[in-house]
Design a protein around this ligand. Structure first.
Ligand code: ACO
Length: 316
């Protein structure tokens, strides 16, 4: 069975923090925009829950896909910042959207988590074990942000995004490739002691460009495709300069590269589905499109994929 992305949706907290809200750390709007492309980010308030955002994003994705929650056999949420240590938020989300006791579990693979989860969803459908799978990325990074450290505090945002992954006879067979390198664990981590995110930004930057460009080239080659065949490239929104450097390395024209980090900052595992939703809303993504995806994050982990977007029925 072949597979398509059938719908998407996103949800962001109401509270907006602008770059000027970090001036007291010795930061500036000019520095943040020039080095990252970020202008604002959303942070949950202390009494708000990530599961609420995940639920809204999943409901919106189902509506967009025209799929009933009862027809979803599996719900996977990629997150490193669930409301509780255990259980994660997939089970609660599945219940709240009205799914009928589906398989439900979280995936933890840093900023690559959404693509790791999407790969599992595609595999479940290709092997006939599911027809519709909801894949959500949801993060409350403000809860693991050192708010006194200008080098990380300005980069991170909260939010959730989701896609419905559906069986679709006649769609192109998706191509995914995942990887990890545990020798680089200290580049980016959240420790047990202070439970705050620490990273070596410059080292991550260089590794991210190599890994995302290399794996995107690999998933294209696996299906005998080139960047000319892609309609849109949506990479993890860690830094606009990283995404642009990956695109340059792949010889991808700027108009095929989607960037929405300006409004949401780095939302880790939530960034790709939030970007897909923004791309559809802005008409950068149209039914029948072939989408390239790439992500990179803590672990280190990285991943890339190529998959059809709302593949029309006429290709059945
Ligand atoms: N405002 C002003 N100055 C700052 C700020 C700030 N907010 N933050 C850092 N600086 C300073 C640094 O202290 C440094 O000063 P120094 O030269 O006096 O030491 C200077 O700016 C340059 O710092 P660099 O780290 O060299 O700047 P760079 O161009 O590499 O940009 C950045 C930093 C934005 C972090 C970049 O390296 C990056 O995006 N890296 C990847 C980050 C990433 O993707 N992390 C993973 C995401 S987190 C997650 O996964 C949840």
């Amino acid at each position: 069975m072949t597979v398509t992305l059938a719908g998407t949706g996103a949800a962001l907290p109401e509270r907006v923090l602008r770059n000027s809200d970090f001036d007291h750390l010795g930061s500036s709007d000019e520095w943040i925009v020039k080095r990252t492309g970020i202008r604002e980010r959303r942070w949950l308030r202390d009494d708000e829950r990530l599961a609420d955002l995940a639920t809204q994003a999943c409901e919106r994705a189902l509506t967009d896909a025209g799929i009933d929650a009862k027809d979803v056999q599996r719900v996977i949420v990629a997150t490193s910042t669930a409301d509780r240590i255990s259980p994660g938020i997939a089970v609660e989300t599945a219940d709240r959207i009205g799914a009928d006791r589906p398989a439900a579990h979280d995936v933890s693979a840093g900023c690559s988590g959404f693509l790791y989860a999407l790969d599992q969803a595609v595999a479940a459908i290709e092997t006939g074990r599911a027809e519709h799978v909801l894949v959500c990325g949801a993060e409350a990074l403000s809860r693991i942000t050192d708010k006194t450290d200008r080098s990380t505090a300005v980069l991170l945002g909260d939010g959730a995004g989701a896609v419905v992954v559906s069986a679709h006879p006649g769609a192109m067979r998706p191509s995914f490739a995942l990887a990890s390198d545990g020798t680089q664990i200290d580049l980016l981590y959240v420790g047990k002691e202070d439970q705050l995110l620490r990273m070596r930004g410059r080292d991550i930057y260089e590794a991210a460009v190599d890994a995302m460009a290399g794996h995107t080239a690999m998933v294209l080659a696996n299906r005998a495709l080139t960047t000319d065949d892609l309609d849109l490239f949506v990479a993890h929104q860690a830094n606009a300069r990283i995404v642009q450097a990956v695109a340059r390395r792949l010889d991808m024209p700027a108009q095929k590269v989607f960037v929405n980090i300006e409004k949401v900052a780095n939302t880790s595992a939530a960034s790709i589905p939030i970007a897909l939703t923004a791309a559809q809303d802005s008409r950068a993504l149209h039914p029948g499109a072939l989408v390239g995806l790439a992500a990179f994050g803590a672990g280190l982990t990285w991943a890339a994929g190529v998959i059809g977007w709302k593949t029309p029925r006429s290709t059945d």
